[in-house]
Design a protein around this ligand. Structure first.
Ligand code: ARG
Length: 460
């Protein structure tokens, strides 16, 4: 049998394999709520514009509500022969309402319909990602406030660099997430134009009111060019790109948690709720959630690159290639949502091991810069010379296998006679972090102020 929705000029139906490759119902059924919302707005507008008789409008609206509740109750049968969610809904509507259901598709096409549905879905999802990212920021800022003075090593090249505070490290991620949220909101603002009424590609000869449907669906305005309306997937690409950047931020934090929870580092403890055991090694507490967050960034970035490649060679306007936007977009944005939720739980529960971190902060000659700064400040030495003198002191200490603070004053004075006892103050990690009071620096006073600023902003 030829297709009920478009089979007029076909003598027979599609080959089995054609049906299989063509159908999107298996994944676009997720768009049912958006599809019905779009149809309700469209049919109301058709009524208002006098394009459809009021009684048809009322019957179609009632029928759409019935379809909606059938879907909600899980009674709806998603039939692959109907290809996609748009035809599945309309086909069921026809069974309920009769032939007048066919009037719903006046002045519209599946091309503008699917673009509208996807924009609605992505828009809702961006909103919830934004609020989930805010939850994670809150958890990190609370941890930062609690640990504004908890000293840990700061790294460059994953080598001990200078002591920082754990709170400062947490707030670095709060900043990243702040930019991620800005990108979600930018993407949302740009996507918020309504393609409905662009019809197949050229617009329509019916006197439709696109401003009315746009407003009814919460869009700022209708899209301005009918070709662009049905050919564009920027909104998905931009959302996936924002999601990818957020995912790599989560992945970097996840990587740090994996490293820090190892016995060799032992900087933090994850709660039982966010670790797993091993079936053979009884001592194990594996950071699986962190590892999976790190890994899922791969599929999120994959969805972005996948869709970029789908789109790059497509002539205007719609091509069926664009049906491939869905699975990747759904999967990537849902994966990010899961990652944000898991990371928030992990951060809320985690406990830094303060004494281990502090000891590690002092190892690796991490206060060498403080010593050099002292030579500049107290002796008026040019920084380059101070760097050289300090380097010789580090060499001396490391030759003896001891820390800088363990060198005796006479031993240090052989390198620089003007050194005094006061030098031992700057070699302590607490004093080191306290001294970093420049704006944005790691001093506990700064960290506390920044954490409080963020918490207030997040509550506003
Ligand atoms: N399932 C299709 C998609 O997701 C809907 C649009 C189909 N349009 C068409 N002209 N065949 O892209």
């Amino acid at each position: 049998m030829s297709n009920r929705m478009w089979g007029g000029r076909f003598a027979s139906g599609p080959a089995e394999i054609m049906e299989e490759i063509n159908a999107s119902i298996g994944f676009d059924k997720k768009l049912a709520p958006q599809d019905i919302r779009g149809s309700l707005a469209h049919v109301a507008m058709l009524g208002e514009a006098g394009i459809l008789p009021k009684d048809d409008v009322a019957a179609i609206q009632a029928g759409l509500k019935t379809v909606e509740s059938e879907i909600e109750r899980g009674e709806f049968v998603f039939d692959r022969a109907l290809e996609d969610i748009h035809m599945a809904v309309e086909s069921r509507l026809t069974q309920i309402v009769g032939p007048s259901a066919g009037r719903l598709h006046t002045a519209r096409s599946r091309n503008d319909q699917v673009a509208t549905d996807m924009r609605l879905w992505v828009r809702d999802t961006l909103d919830s990602l934004d609020s989930q990212a805010a939850d994670l920021q809150r958890a990190l800022a609370q941890t930062a406030l609690k640990h504004a003075g908890t000293v840990m090593p700061g790294f460059t090249h994953l080598q001990s660099a200078q002591p920082v505070t754990f709170g400062h490290h947490c707030l670095a991620y709060v900043e990243m997430l702040g930019r991620d949220r800005g990108r979600f909101r930018d993407a949302r603002a740009r996507l918020n134009e309504c393609p409905l009424g662009a019809a197949a590609l050229a617009g329509t000869s019916f006197p439709i009111d696109r401003h009315a449907t746009a407003a009814a669906l919460g869009f700022d305005r209708p899209t301005a060019n009918s070709l662009d309306s049905v050919a564009d997937r920027d909104f998905a690409l931009e959302s996936l790109s924002s999601a990818s950047i957020c995912a790599i931020h989560l992945s970097r934090l996840a990587e740090e948690l994996v490293v820090w929870t190892s016995a060799q580092f032992n900087f933090v403890k994850l709660s039982d709720g966010y670790t797993t055991g091993s079936s053979i090694m009884p001592q194990k507490r594996n950071p699986d959630a962190a590892e999976l967050i790190r890994a899922k960034s791969g599929r999120i970035i994959g969805a972005l690159t996948g869709l970029l490649i789908v789109m790059k060679g497509l002539p205007l306007a719609y091509s069926k290639d664009m049906q491939e936007d869905k699975e990747g977009t759904f999967d990537a944005l849902q994966s990010l949502s899961l990652c944000l939720a898991a990371m928030t739980g992990m951060v809320r529960d985690l406990q830094p091991v303060a004494d281990v971190m502090k000891r590690a902060a002092g190892s690796g000659y991490a206060t060498a810069t403080d010593l050099a700064d002292w030579l500049v400040r107290e002796l008026g030495m040019p920084f380059r010379e101070a760097h050289h003198v300090t380097g010789r002191l580090v060499g001396l200490a490391s030759g003896q296998g001891i820390g800088l603070e363990e060198l005796t004053l006479p031993a240090m004075q052989e390198v620089e006679p003007r050194l005094t006892d006061a030098i031992y103050d700057v070699l302590g990690v607490e004093n080191s972090v306290k001294s970093r009071t420049s704006y944005g620096g790691t001093s506990p006073v700064n960290v506390k102020a920044q954490a409080e600023r963020w918490l207030a902003a997040l509550d506003a």
